[in-house]
Design a protein around this ligand. Structure first.
Ligand code: KPL
Length: 322
């Protein structure tokens, strides 16, 4: 399969490398220099869970590309730009493999092809240009964003991952919606707590970290139920514990963002939970506090507008699918 991986950060580089490992796929990474230049020169080296080097194509220009699949792995606040660039090319399907909520709506607004949603708990970190650390095998699920996006390409994409030794569950539109909320619970609980405490994910396996992460997950589950998604408290808490175990050595993406002084995805994770909870009369004090803490840091650094309204966190177009 011809695959464009749009966003050669940690996760995009890892999935690009895993997919490029099989001769069945022709992979092009879209990213920034100096990473892209290093991949073009010496290949992409993976270390950690497994060690290998692959030689995918790599470019800094995301316009005018064509492929069977565009796998979108940019930060959520870059999805709009990515969607506009992808719209200048041609794809049979686009699949978001991103943190947070709202990415699929943005892709669907700009692109004519079926939109797939994906969730994964694979752990990865970019160590140096041309390198990525693989910090734990997780799981991967994909599914059509809207029932109207259901298409044979969904099964083909699942098979393409499987051919690269990355087993993927292909879910229905309702199934993937549930899994996105489950993943939201994982990110809402792990990312801001590890970023604020400056600890790897594994620190949340015992007290006092677990006592901070669990209420976050329960609040996300309550909000999910309020919008019609059947996610139990126990399942959300267990999902967090599972990912903490599987990625114990990993520094979360939000922790890495804070370390590097970069904007985080807190608005589309805890901020999104707060927005939906407020609309539905659900109390989410822990998510609100974590969102406020990370946002205060972002605003102080001039990375975001200090006073977002939760209005801005609603799904564009009033779509209530998530
Ligand atoms: O998605 C992640 C992230 O860091 O953003 C997890 C699964 C928590 C792995 O660190």
């Amino acid at each position: 399969m011809d695959i464009v991986v749009f966003g050669a950060g940690s996760l995009g580089s890892l999935f690009g490398a895993l997919l490029a490992r099989t001769a069945e796929h022709d992979v092009t990474l879209v990213g920034r220099d100096p990473h892209v230049a290093a991949v073009r020169k010496s290949g992409l080296a993976v270390t950690g869970t497994d060690s290998f080097t692959v030689h995918p194509k790599a470019t800094t220009d995301g316009t005018g590309l064509s492929a069977d699949l565009a796998l979108v792995t940019v930060k959520a606040f870059d999805t709009e730009t990515a969607a506009r660039e992808l719209a200048t090319g041609e794809f049979r399907a686009v699949c978001s493999l991103q943190n947070g909520m709202g990415n699929e709506e943005t892709l669907a607004r700009h692109l004519d092809c079926p939109v797939l949603a994906g969730t994964t708990s694979y752990g990865a970190a970019r160590s140096a240009p041309g390198e990525v650390e693989w910090n734990g095998r997780g799981d991967l699920s994909i599914g059509p964003w809207e029932p109207s996006d259901a298409d044979a390409i969904g099964e083909e994409v699942g098979a393409a991952f499987a051919a690269a030794d990355v087993p993927a569950t292909v879910a229905t539109a309702d199934g993937i919606r549930r899994l996105l909320w489950r993943k939201l619970a994982v990110n809402a609980a792990i990312n801001p707590v590890t970023a604020l405490a400056r600890v790897p994910n594994g620190a949340l396996s015992g007290d006092p970290g677990v006592g901070l992460a669990e209420p976050v997950a329960r609040e996300v589950a309550a909000t999910a139920r309020a919008v019609g998604v059947d996610l139990g408290d126990a399942e959300a808490v267990e999902a967090v514990a599972e990912v903490v175990r599987a990625t114990a050595e990993n520094d979360s993406s939000m922790y890495r963002d804070v370390e590097r002084g970069r904007r985080t995805e807190v608005d589309v994770i805890n901020g999104y939970v707060v927005g939906r909870a407020d609309e539905n009369g659900v109390e989410v004090p822990t998510n609100r506090t974590l969102w406020g803490l990370i946002r205060t840091w972002e605003a102080e650094r001039g990375l975001v507008d200090p006073e977002p309204s939760t209005e801005s966190l609603k799904v564009p177009g009033g779509d209530d699918r998530v």
